[in-house]
Design a protein around this ligand. Structure first.
Ligand code: ZN
Length: 445
């Protein structure tokens, strides 16, 4: 028997045959965890009226609240590329996510600590997130976006079987049960990350929401390796909690930083559910859903996690790409999600419109005096024409990145804000069908 949550773009299937594993006994919380909060608001039923997994909510941090579902803009190196923090606030961004790996290497987490934390360092007064660095250590550190490499070919259990290094690329990350050795993608220096070091680095960086250090696997890894890595991630999660509580006591004068556990398990339902039960019993403030996710399985996998994870804690989907992913994620129960695409595509002169993603490099925009999108309420569209921004881009002027990024970030923020209101109004599925129908219905120009 299969329960279906049908959507026009994706159907989330939840087979009843995989039982929810028995959760271990819940562990004691830290008293300061009450300084972080999450309250569920309106629940989103399934399209057929059956109970659903989506919801609205409010996350409370020492630097303000986040109304969920919320898009979390990415500012990898403590900056949303080419956009002032003031502009991010003006366009409605509620929170920013920076990268612990990058900030650890440059300028160094101690610098951010001395500055008073990430938000103060970059002049962003609102809530902030940092990821654990695990993803970057194991992907960037193993060949700068070209490969994802786990364990060495000399691993005793199955030599070479899980070697995911691309041909011609050097292996830069080595995992053992205690942590990871990796080489900096900046200068090749050798570094060590363990769960404890990741917690120390993230406490120094000082974001409101941090993620536990986990092992990233790929879809190429064997089932046996996925199990082994998942067990390592479980043990590391516990070590992260312990070190996080120790640091919370040690740094008593600082604002409380929430810690989210990260759910791995690749495409395997039983592994995902087990990870959710195991980490769900640990005193995390929330959860990140990470790891190897194929786009077509995104909603299904997030749905498995949402069913098992504690209902009263927020769920963050790590790293999504496109508008249809956002709707799938919301429907499957993700409260927040981060996405680097709005600024990344902007640097290639691509901009979002209600009718799909377009690219300003086309000659037809040379005398196009209209805004990037008619009716858009962003600063760029109120003041600048496609012709002007195209000129900037063609002349390699940096301002084109700024203007397009502001529009793209606003586009996604507004879409998620509208989705949140649609859940409250009971019109989510109509809004989803209309938005995605327009976005993907017409061919990209
Ligand atoms: Zn705009």
């Amino acid at each position: 028997m299969t329960r279906r949550r049908a959507g026009r773009w994706q159907t989330v299937q939840v087979p009843d045959s995989v039982p929810v594993p028995e959760a271990p006994a819940a562990q004691a919380a830290h008293p300061r965890q009450s300084e972080f909060g999450f309250e569920v608001g309106t629940r989103l039923p399934g399209p057929d009226g059956s109970p659903g997994l989506g919801r609205t909510g409010t996350i409370t941090t020492p630097h303000g609240t986040i109304q969920t579902p919320a898009f979390i803009a990415v500012g990898t190196k403590a900056t949303v590329k080419a956009v002032l923090p003031e502009s991010m606030a003006e366009l409605g961004a509620q929170a920013l996510l920076a990268n612990a790996y990058h900030l650890y290497l440059q300028p160094g987490a101690d610098i951010l600590d001395e500055a008073g934390g990430l938000g103060r360092f970059m002049n962003w007064p609102g809530p902030t997130f940092t990821d654990s660095g695990g993803f970057q250590v194991m992907s960037l550190g193993s060949g700068f976006k070209k490969v994802i490499d786990m364990k060495g070919p000399d691993a005793p259990h199955q030599a070479g079987a899980d070697d995911a290094v691309a041909p011609g690329k050097e292996r830069l990350a080595h995992i053992d049960d205690d942590g990871v050795w990796f080489k900096s993608h900046l200068n090749g220096d050798r570094h060590r990350f363990t769960p404890e070091i990741s917690m120390q680095v993230q406490h120094q960086i000082g974001a409101d929401i941090m993620f536990a250090f986990d092992e990233l696997t790929t879809l190429h890894n064997s089932r046996g390796y996925q199990e082994e890595a998942l067990e390592r991630t479980r043990l590391w999660a516990q070590r992260c909690v312990d070190e996080h509580f120790r640091l919370t006591d040690e740094r008593a004068g600082k604002p409380y930083q929430a810690l989210f556990g990260v759910i791995q398990g690749a495409q395997y339902e039983d592994l995902r559910r087990k990870a959710c039960a195991d980490l769900g019993a640990m005193p995390f403030d929330g959860y990140g859903i990470g790891g190897a996710l194929e786009k077509e399985n995104l909603g299904t996998i997030v749905g498995w996690c949402s069913e098992v994870l504690p209902e009263d804690r927020p769920r963050h989907l790590l790293g999504i790409s496109e508008p249809d992913d956002i709707f799938v994620a919301i429907e499957a129960g993700a409260d927040t999600f981060d996405c680097v695409s709005p600024t990344r595509v902007a640097r290639n002169s691509a901009f979002y419109t209600a009718e799909g993603r377009l690219n300003l490099s086309g000659a037809k925009y040379r005398r196009d005096w209209g805004p990037l999108q008619d009716g858009c309420d962003c600063y760029t569209c109120a003041n600048y024409s496609r012709a002007y921004i195209r000129h900037l881009y063609k002349a390699s002027e940096m301002l084109s990145h700024t203007l397009i990024s502001i529009h793209n970030e606003r586009f996604v923020v507004r879409m998620v804000d509208d989705a949140r209101r649609a859940i409250e109004d009971g019109t989510f599925y109509e809004f989803k069908a209309e938005t995605l129908g327009r976005y993907y219905g017409s061919p990209a120009v």
